[in-house]
Design a protein around this ligand. Sequence first.
Ligand code: AMP
Length: 399
Amino acid sequence: MIVLVINSGSSSLKYQLFDMGNETMLAKGLIERIGMPGSLLTHRPSGQEPLVIRQAIADHMAAIALAVKALTEPNHGVIASMQAIEAIGHRVAHGGDRFTDAALIDKQVMAAIVSLFPVAPLHNPPAVMGIEACQQMLPAVPQIAVFDTAFHQSIPEAAYMYALPWALHEKYNLRRYGFHGTSHRFVARRLAALMQKPLEALKIITCHLGNGSSLCAVDRGQSIDTTMGFTPLEGLMMGTRVGDIDPAAVLFIMEHEGYTSEQVRDFLNKRCGVLGVSGLSSDFRDLEREAQQGNARCRLALDMFAYRVKKYIGAYTAAMNGLDALVFTAGIGENSAMMRAKICADLTYLGIAVDEEKNIRDGEGDISAVDSRCRVFVIPTNEELMIAQDTFRIARENA
Ligand code: AMP
């Protein structure tokens, strides 16, 4: 089955085309600046030179049409015609408490995604634009929504509730949802395969450390807690997001800086995190370089980040009453040996010991010391493949 995966943002659209017969990616592409001057498509067929098309791309409909054109084009295309596409999987950030799995998109599913606009104002509306464009372009092809929140629907009530009055929880569904579920699920499964153990026998903490970061406690295959909450702002300190903070400090900032709720939301999402503390950059490569050259605030930002990850590793080991394996993934988790070493330092109490030499690596592998009771792995995430696998499964079930 040929599956197209779409990750639709407000002004960008990413796609990947998979042949699910052997789970190979045939081509991927990025469309940027949709509806703006200077819009372009970068199409990358697997093993071939990329194709760049610069032309006006007015909306998501035009973006999908251009993606299909690139995928079927004689020189850079990878399929003969758009009829070859048998299912389309869409990344949807928020599935609320309704979706515990991916879902075939019908009128009800669409209405449910739209009803979550108030809680996911930045992410769900562009996903709907992508879905509608595909429905128009390829009306006969089944479309599947894969939700970032679905994996976390197994989190027990005691962990997902906020200590708010019950009436507010009921009125607004105000609770913790968690995000990055597709990534946590992918690396947890891959870990079980690498350890040659059933996922149902393992207690795992997955550390998705990128521009947005979250940890997940995966107890025998089920997410039982995660660091992001009602929105992706809770939990770890991130590139530009504040993470856990005393809510009274937010009120203080609003009162003393004169911020409206819109301004403070923007501030907490875009001007805090390691960018805010370092005053320099949200990119960990810049911070590591500057810290090495003696920049104290960059060093502090890195220390704070590592400390918070470490604290949650302790918390989640307690929540699961044990830990068999720790996984690092995403931009920082996959690439920063320094950050992995910093996080895992002095965790021998939990049976975690990283081998210094194995830690300096590229790509997938076990980085634990031989005497480490808990295994430590680096596993590159592949959310698109996970979406393609879900899409393939749901499309087959509904065929
Ligand atoms: P992601 O959101 O998963 O794409 O991760 C992006 C982030 O990963 C970047 O902002 C960098 O901070 C970080 N990153 C990527 N490569 C490296 C590296 N070699 N060393 C440290 N951090 C890195």
